[in-house]
Design a protein. Structure first.
Length: 428
């Protein structure tokens, strides 16, 4: 199974349904009051965390997600149907970011957690809503508001309880294969593991925890040497680190030196990772040369104030004891949910738009371009073929001071002004 941990996708929430323009027709009443109903809401785009998923692979094949549009309003004040939200399931541990700004929109941590990422457009108002004492028979109805579109970056940070760290070939994958359901590749060359692997360890009838095996680390990993740095973020959220060394020293390395070097790399990557509890695991004790290094490793653990275990991932010696200890430790140190954004924030899209300034630019042709989210939305919702719709738009336009700003910027009769998808000729 390929491991995909970052994907770019596009979401587009459903447009609101159009408002209806219609009038009551009754016997002997030539023209009754307006009775055009409102359109329904478009579908929101909602993300949901699902613990059964553990990769973003599916997003490789489907990258564009569109919500349904709301139903149109109809005669007799019939309101259009609101569209059901489009729920997109992602693995628990997925961060949802704005592609352009990198802003974190949501951090989906707990099973079933849902966040609205793009809001469906509201339904356009039917002409019945525009009735007032001075305007008895409005012909104007709004189009539905366009649903929000966003370019997203989904980033999966694996949610594992325990992380395995150590040099290449010390036996990290052998260990996860021996104690969990994971079946990673194991080989005697460096960087056998290229992508993180998760394994579930069953400690009891109904108790289990998750271990993450990541590619081996080497000096310079924090600078991008080897593969390590890219994958360290997958262990950021673990509670416990198993620091594995090759006790046999067969590759001509000194396991004690290795231990210090790996910790130095961790420190360079993140101070918080340095503070995480570690266990020192001396692996490959089935090999005769392990015996010479074990006493020194045990002393090292003691001086560092951490627990020490001697194991063999091949003969399974010491594995039971180690896993029982880990299971107990995890129970005694329950997970607090570690979120990278503090409390989960879903940006209130409407509020943000309100502070959006009106920006006026000129393009190479000398045309004026008006940029403002709210105005662009109003343009999209206005039916300009209807006189009243046009007048309402002009009113908002003046209220917001766009006229004045454009004049200040030197707009003249006959010049072209763009806003959203609309362009028009300036008339005094
Ligand atoms: N004798 C012995 N060999 C072991 C033991 N654990 C792992 N090995 C061997 O060491 C080599 C490397 O094992 P891996 O589990 O692939 O090591 P790794 O730490 O995952 O390596 P990378 O993925 O490259 O970082 C393989 O040839 C294993 O068979 C052990 O306890 N005893
Ligand atoms: Mg490996």
């Amino acid at each position: 199974m390929q491991f995909i941990d970052r994907v770019k996708i596009i979401v587009k929430a459903g447009d609101g349904g159009d408002g209806k323009s219609s009038f009551r027709r009754e016997k002997f009443v030539p023209k009754g009051g307006p009775n055009g109903g409102d359109g329904g809401r478009g579908a929101d785009i909602v993300f949901e965390a699902d613990r059964n998923l553990n990769t973003l692979l599916n997003f490789r094949y489907k990258r564009i997600f569109k919500g349904d549009r709301g139903g149109h309003g109809d005669v007799k004040n019939q309101v259009g149907r609101s569209a059901e939200p489009l729920v997109i399931k992602v693995p628990a541990g997925t961060l949802i970011k704005d592609q352009a700004t990198g802003e974190v929109l949501a951090d989906l941590i707990s099973e079933g957690q849902r966040e609205v990422i793009a809001r469906g457009g509201r339904g356009g108002r039917g002409n019945a809503r525009f009735k007032s004492s001075s305007r008895r028979a409005p012909t104007f109805a709004e189009y539905g508001e366009p649903g929000e579109a966003r370019d997203l970056l989904l980033e999966l940070k694996l949610l594992a309880d325990v992380g395995l760290i150590g040099y290449p070939s010390v036996g990290k994958s052998s260990l996860i294969a021996a104690v969990s359901d994971a079946r990673p590749e194991i080989a005697d060359y460096h960087f056998t593991t290229l992508t993180p692997v998760l394994g579930v360890v069953q400690t009891d009838y109904e108790k289990s925890f998750v271990i993450a095996d990541i590619p081996g680390l080497i000096e310079g990993a924090a600078d991008g040497v080897g593969l390590g740095h890219e994958f360290l973020r997958h262990i950021e959220r673990t509670r416990l680190l198993l620091h594995i060394v090759d006790a046999s020293g067969l590759e001509g390395r000194d396991p004690i030196e290795d231990y210090h070097k790996i910790n130095a790399e961790l420190r360079r990557y993140s101070e918080t990772l340095t503070e995480r509890t570690q266990l020192l695991i001396a692996n490959k004790i089935d090999l005769p040369t392990a015996a010479e290094h074990l006493p020194a490793l045990e002393r090292l653990a003691e001086s560092e104030g951490i627990k020490f275990f001697a194991i063999s991932a091949v003969t399974h010696e010491g594995l039971d004891e180690l896993m029982k200890y880990v299971g107990r430790w995890l129970e005694e140190h329950p997970a607090e949910i570690v979120s990278t954004v503090g409390s989960v924030t879903v940006i209130d899209l409407d509020v943000r738009e309100d502070d959006d300034p009106i920006v006026i630019e000129r393009n190479d042709a000398g045309d004026f371009i008006v940029r403002n989210k709210n105005l662009e939305k109003i343009v999209a919702m206005t039916n300009f073929n209807d006189d009243e719709g046009l007048r309402r738009f002009q009113y908002i336009w003046r209220m917001k001071g766009v006229d004045r700003s454009l004049r200040e910027r030197g707009v003249k009769e006959g010049m072209t002004v763009h806003i959203g998808l609309m362009e028009f000729e300036w008339r005094e």
